[in-house]
Structures are given as C-alpha cells and as structure tokens.
Design a protein around this ligand. Structure first.
Ligand SMILES: NC(=O)c1ccc[n+]([C@@H]2O[C@H](COP(=O)([O-])OP(=O)(O)OC[C@H]3O[C@@H](n4cnc5c(N)ncnc54)[C@H](OP(=O)(O)O)[C@@H]3O)[C@@H](O)[C@H]2O)c1
Length: 242
C-alpha cells in the first residue's frame, strides 16, 4: 500500500515490532509519530534507522498516561492508522496456582494501555482510519507458565471484537504474533536467548522464531485493508498447528 501523505501513530514504537512498523510506514511514505517512555530507547531507535529516522517524530509516550496520549493524538490528527504495540507493563510468568494475584493483575496493564490508546486515538482517527492492536498467538495455545500472558491476549482479542461494533466505520483488528526476536528478550544473555529460541523452534512448523519486520508487514497490511474489522490475524510460523 502507498502510505504517502498518511499519518501513522505507533505507541511502543521504539523497539521490536513497533519500531519495525514505524520503519515500514515511513519507508512507504507515511508521516510517523513513534512513541515510548525511554528517551535513550527513542534515540537508539532513531539512529538505528539512519536518514529515515530523521523523518519520524520520536515522541515521549506512556500508555498508562491518558492525558499525554490525548495530547499526542491531537498533535498527530487526523490519524490514518494507530498501532498499539507497547508491552505496557511487567508480565507475570509461571503456573497460575503459584502466581501472586498482584502479578496476574499487573499483567493486564497491557490491556489498560491499549484501552487508553483507543480512548485517546479514536476522536482523532479518520472515518476510514484503522487501529491495530498487537496481541499474541499464545492466547489460543498456552505453553506452561504463560497463563497470565495468554489471558491478556484473549482479553485483547475480545476487546477488539466488541470495540469494532462501537467505532465502525473506523476499523480495529488484532495482529497476534508468535515468538518474535525483539527487545523483549534483552533481559537474558545472547547465549540464553539462543538456547531458548532453539528449543522453541522445535514447536514451530517453520522451524524458527519470527522477525519484527514479518509482523510489521502484516500490521500495515491489516491497517490498509478497508474491508477488515474485529478480526485477529496470526503471524506465528505455524506454531498454532498441533
Ligand atoms: N516478542 C514476542 O515474542 C511477542 C509475542 C507475542 C506478542 N508480543 C507483543 O508485541 C508487542 C510488542 O512487543 P515487542 O516484542 O516488540 O517488545 P519490545 O521490543 O520490548 O518493545 C516494546 C515497546 O513498548 C514500549 N513500551 C513498553 N511499555 C510502555 C508504556 N507503558 N508506554 C509506552 N510504551 C511502552 C517500549 O519502549 P519503552 O520501554 O521505552 O516505553 C518499546 O518501544 C507487545 O504488546 C507484546 O506483548 C510480542
């Protein structure tokens, strides 16, 4: 799709999937606002894109700050595509029966962040504009220890279906990635990451983890498709196939 002259806002746009969206949208000609909390991450993201990075508005954004989001969306208006890709919170990992309830509840910060983004963005979204929520294929196939993340993924998909009816003709869809090599795994060493990815690859039909660019391409395709709303599209290498 030609995004020339279109206005795209990416929340969680300074790393991983969101950064790949910002890059691809800018490459396709869009004016892009790409936000995250950390100034250092914004700067690294800008320099990682070279000259293209200079064309993107790198903005401070916290999806848990509704007033800041409202200001940002007003600045970027009228918005053609709003991409919500912020992890938004820490996530609880482990079996539910041993999980502190506080950790389980805190994991839903991703949904609250998306909800804030929607309330801030919809008033500034064009009538033929679209929202894409980055969900997770783990919603529909939950490996051991991922129950909090799976529950949040299901909540995001349900939220999308209910919201679609409310905001039509504006569109909203979910793109649900499988395991993708992003900054989400920066907390583990390169060796640990490789071991983890090699193990996971055995459960993925295509035999490898995905790249952020592969998810971003689908996000932009879904945002640009004017006959899709309320749906979830998986980009997961066949990991949902038993
Ligand atoms: N990677 C995977 O395997 C995978 C699988 C399924 C689903 N997902 C989903 O994909 C989305 C993107 O994740 P990723 O893997 O690309 O992670 P990532 O590389 O860690 O990027 C996360 C981005 O979100 C931003 N962010 C986090 N909390 C934020 C907040 N409160 N407000 C605004 N921005 C915030 C981060 O910047 P700051 O920290 O500077 O704010 C960063 O730009 C997430 O929703 C994640 O749940 C990822």
């Amino acid at each position: 799709m030609n995004w020339t002259g279109k206005r795209v806002v990416v929340l969680g746009g300074t790393s991983g999937i969101g950064l790949a969206c910002a890059r691809q949208a800018a490459e396709a000609g869009a004016e892009v606002w790409s936000g995250g909390r950390s100034a250092e991450r914004r700067q690294q993201a800008a320099s990682s894109l070279g000259d293209l990075g200079q064309r993107i508005h790198w903005v401070e954004a916290d999806v848990q700050d509704p007033e800041g989001l409202a200001k940002l969306c007003a600045e970027a208006a009228p918005i053609d595509a709003l991409i919500l890709a912020a992890t938004g919170t820490e996530r609880a990992v482990g079996p539910f029966m041993k999980m502190p309830m506080e950790g389980f509840q805190r994991s839903f910060g991703k949904l609250w962040g998306y909800a804030n983004g929607v309330q801030a963005g919809v008033p500034h979204l064009r009538e033929d504009g679209a929202i894409v929520l980055v969900g997770g294929a783990v919603a529909r196939k939950c490996p051991p220890g991922m129950i909090a993340i799976s529950s949040v993924g299901n909540a995001v998909e349900g939220f999308c279906r209910a919201l679609a009816a409310e905001i039509a003709p504006r569109r909203v869809n979910v793109v649900a990635p499988g395991l993708i090599n992003t900054g989400m795994f920066d907390t583990v060493s390169a060796e640990q990451r490789q071991v983890m990815f090699d193990q996971a690859a055995g459960n993925i039909l295509l035999g490898r983890v995905g790249e952020p660019s592969e998810v971003a391409a689908m996000i932009l395709a879904v945002a640009g498709n004017h006959y899709m709303t309320g749906t979830t599209v998986d980009v997961e290498g066949g990991s949902l196939i038993p």
